[in-house]
Design a protein around this ligand. Structure first.
Ligand code: SAH
Length: 345
């Protein structure tokens, strides 16, 4: 069965042409899909015979809400979706002053193995399809009734490890006849897969690239992020400099503050040295406690921030949302998996 929501407008047009239909039918079908139609039967401006033909050849992905949590503190909504094959993924909808932001997953699980991250426990199960990434935005908006204006690819998975599907998702979600979310309102976060950064740079998209750095020296970084053994800090920064030269876009560096691991003044100084020569935004993240990990949150965030600012850098500290729900980084999926297995809480 064809996964029709993963297709571009042109591809749907070609498919319908092959069924003997005029070109404008493609636009009708595309519009229905991107408004969240869950069946061909409801596409009332298509003939019954075409609806039946489509139903016999194509499938429409529809995620089921397996769990939903709403924060009483700030209205953050967290969804655990069950996909067609029974796998589960998470999506978070955050309500910021600048608009509602959806944080989407790009894979079921993750194989990057970062020591502090709950998403990677259990490894990668499979990549998501473009439609499954899009559905997270679409159905979060439809379910919550909150218009989504921003997207961050910062949920479960490594987007540059599923780049073809992610690029297709970007094209779809950006489409004027679809959700029409501007590239400048989209951020993509990577743990630092250099070939992917280069490929993305060549496309010169207007999105914001976020690099999960977490340490400015390879010794520390390799200790918490296995990806650093494939692409070390030097290679990563070289790729970031190339990316900036190609796109002219400022890169955002994510830095989760871990007690006694990456929070020294010397590391702040080294970080400042590494980003010299390109406009950078440093986003310090208070470490979320992950039960599977022994790493503890740093108590030096303010001092580290000040030190970086003394070097003239732009630094923000990420505000934590959804503190009363399992809002971060694979926590809800972990919990659901444990409950299925009957493990103690
Ligand atoms: N794979 C991508 C995107 C998913 S992770 C990436 O690595 O960037 C989104 C962000 O949350 C990353 O910066 C990641 O390093 C960070 N993160 C993961 N676990 C965390 C934790 N326990 N506390 C704080 N940040 C965490």
């Amino acid at each position: 069965m064809i996964d029709i929501k993963s297709m571009t407008l042109e591809e749907i047009g070609d498919l319908l042409k092959g069924m003997g239909e005029p070109a404008f039918r493609g636009k009708q079908v595309f519009t229905w899909l991107h408004r969240g139609a869950v069946s061909f039967a409801e596409m009332s401006n298509l003939s019954k015979s075409l609806r039946e033909k489509l139903d016999g050849t194509c499938r429409i992905t529809v995620p089921k809400i397996a769990m939903k949590q709403v924060s009483k503190l700030d209205g953050t909504v967290k969804y655990l979706w069950e996909l067609g094959d029974g796998n589960c993924i998470e999506t978070v909808l955050m309500r910021y002053h600048h608009g509602n932001t959806v944080c989407v997953s790009s894979q079921v699980g993750c194989r990057m193995g970062c020591a502090f991250c709950a998403s990677t426990v259990g490894g990668k199960v499979r990549d998501l399809t473009p439609s499954e990434i899009l559905d997270q935005v679409l159905f979060a908006q439809l379910d919550s009734g909150l218009p989504v204006s921003n997207i961050v690819l910062m949920g479960i998975g490594e987007p540059l490890d599923n780049l073809d599907a992610v690029l297709r998702f970007l094209e779809l979600v950006n489409h004027p006849m679809g959700m029409n979310i501007g590239m400048r309102h989209i951020s993509l976060s990577t743990c630092g897969l250099v070939p992917g950064i280069d490929r993305l740079g060549d496309l010169q998209l207007q999105l914001t690239l976020s690099v999960s750095l977490h340490a400015p020296d390879s010794e520390t970084r390799s200790g918490i992020m296995p990806v650093n053994r494939a692409y070390d800090v030097e290679e990563l920064f070289a790729a970031c400099h190339r990316y900036f030269r190609k796109t002219g876009r400022r890169i955002s560096f994510e830095y989760a503050m871990i007690d006694g691991v990456n929070d020294s003044d010397a590391q702040a100084d080294l970080l400042a040295e590494k980003v010299r020569g390109m406009p950078a935004h440093i986003n310090l993240i208070p470490l979320n406690n992950v039960r599977e990990s022994k790493l503890k949150p740093s108590r030096r965030i303010a001092a580290f921030q000040k030190r970086l600012e003394q070097h003239g850098l732009t630094v923000t500290v990420r505000r934590s949302l959804g503190g009363d729900i399992d809002a971060s980084c694979g926590q809800l999926r972990r919990r659901a998996m444990e409950q299925q297995k009957g493990e103690p809480q």
